[in-house]
Ligand binder design. Sequence first.
Ligand code: ADP
Ligand code: MG
Length: 262
Amino acid sequence: MGRTIVVTAGKGGVGKTTVTANLGALLTKLGNKVVVVDMDIGLRNLDVVMGLENRVVYNIMDVSDGKCKINQALVRDKTLPGLFLLPASQIHTKKDINIDKIVEIISIIENSFDYILLDSPAGIEKGFESASAPAKEALIVVTPDVSSVRDADRVIGILENRGILAISLIVNRYDINLVNRKKMLNADSVVDILGLDLIGMIPEDKSVIESTNKGELLVNYANGSPANKAFENISRRIEGEDVPFLNFNSQRRGIFSLFRRR
Ligand code: ADP
Ligand code: MG
């Protein structure tokens, strides 16, 4: 029986789609069979981020409408044989969604996958509702700024009201230089404000934007990048491993010690 996890946030543009695609990839690398489900029709959809847009034939709404079987709508990833995408519809609007059907589809998928990651749209409307309705767990993505954290707080309240209590926090686009100059909230403050368990911090990393624009998963585009390392650690923690947190200050100290030696 697979674990169904919604990847959500209070607002758009904080990295939900990036997190869904790359965690999906790294959980697959750990030997799991994973499906990432696109519940959003956004600027950079999961199919585009994964470079699979040309392989999409059917989508989750077609399954819901009985136009195809689940297996026909699943798109296998180009590089990772255990990773699948269930695409979003480009023509339906959120009001067309039948939430009961979505819950039914996901419960069937749970029988043949280890992880089902649901990429949620921004906001707290019907799209978010249908992404969170089938989920038993949630990953909240925030960037370290006041508005993102405030909006996340609202979403956490809603998820808890729905009985999703296994909620973990991902702080994305963390920039230690900005934190040290007090231009960005530090991770401890974010954790204190939201009262969630921190499962990982992903650094601001230009290889993320580059890989997004190329339609490649980070694990293929920049395997050794700091962001990919962070995703790898998060996927291990999801699997229950006790992985120490990356030291975001070490690079900075490294530079200073270099100066001192001269
Ligand atoms: P959402 O799904 O929440 O709207 P996306 O995942 O589409 O957000 O990310 C929005 C933009 O931010 C994308 O261009 C993506 O490449 C960029 N981005 C996300 N995370 C990072 C990061 N850690 N470092 C640099 N850029 C990032
Ligand atoms: Mg998105």
